[in-house]
Write a protein that binds this ligand. Structure first.
Ligand SMILES: Nc1nc2c(ncn2[C@@H]2O[C@H](COP(=O)(O)OP(=O)(O)O)[C@@H](O)[C@H]2O)c(=O)[nH]1
Ligand SMILES: [Mg+2]
Length: 240
């Protein structure tokens, strides 16, 4: 299966070299699409020059920072148009170990429509997190799964592989969320279109270099949207 790894970047100049080399080493046949939102630190130029050295790396340059969800929507639209069979989501900050890519791709090859790199299945872990960060993430996940009726332990994980045909069953441009909400919304759409989700254990490590772009507002967006979807879909079901 032809796979495209979509890598959104904003100011990842300290990580882009290592992450691209490790992706190439882990999955030599996969192509990479870096979606950069005008990083002032020159990430896009570095990615392009690495592309000339390593091959099969393209850079989608967007004018300004427009959010993670919007970067993935643009990257997936491009990957679907170019006919890739599998589209991969991963962070560029090395929190997601490229060595886990073969297991995610194998899960899709064996029939999953969405393979999620999961921290909350046996074998998964988050070695560096404090108990309160862990609790927020764990209970956020339980809340989303509970109200949306999703049998997924880690629907906020951003390390995952989609079968392209599963994404063709709905209109990507109608997916609205940006941060963790985007991950939940995409999983929810796949499930509601009869897609099969498989969770593959991963260890999620904190970034060592560069800074996080996530914020409390993004957590609030996710919780708010999950509640809105749950209420909306309950009302729609009741109306038949
Ligand atoms: N293109 C693009 N990439 C982004 C944006 N926000 C975050 N990213 C990238 O998305 C990935 C995850 O972001 P990060 O800040 O590490 O989030 P965290 O892991 O939840 O703290 C990283 O590769 C970021 O560079 C954005 O607005 N546009
Ligand atoms: Mg990160």
């Amino acid at each position: 299966m032809r796979a495209l790894v979509v890598l959104p970047t904003f100011n990842e100049a300290t990580n882009i070299d290592e992450v691209l080399r490790r992706i190439r080493a882990a999955v030599p046949l996969a192509e990479v699409l870096v979606v950069d939102d005008g990083s002032p630190d020159g990430t896009a130029d570095m990615a392009e020059s690495l592309g000339r050295e390593l091959g099969a790396i393209t850079v989608l340059r967007r004018a300004q920072k427009a959010g993670l969800g919007s970067a993935y929507r643009a990257g997936f639209t491009d990957g679907l148009a170019r006919g890739f069979d599998v589209l991969v989501e991963m962070d560029a900050d090395l929190s997601h170990d490229p060595a886990a890519l073969p297991a995610l791709l194998a899960a899709v090859e064996h029939g999953a429509d969405l393979a999620i790199g999961s921290r909350y299945v046996p074998g998964g872990s988050i070695p560096h997190w404090s108990w309160h960060r862990r609790a927020l993430s764990r209970w956020g996940n339980r809340y989303a799964a509970g109200v949306l009726g999703l049998a997924i332990n880690d629907s906020t994980s951003g390390f995952r592989a989609y079968r392209s045909d599963a994404l063709r069953r709905f209109d990507l441009s109608t997916v609205r969320a940006e941060g963790y909400g985007f991950q939940i919304e995409m999983a929810y759409r796949v499930v509601r279109n009869d897609g099969r989700v498989v969770e593959v254990p991963i260890a999620f490590v904190d970034r060592v270099r560069g800074t996080s772009k996530m914020s409390g507002a993004i957590v609030a967006e996710a919780l708010g949207l999950v509640t809105v979807w749950a209420v909306r879909d309950r009302v729609l079901r009741r109306r038949g």
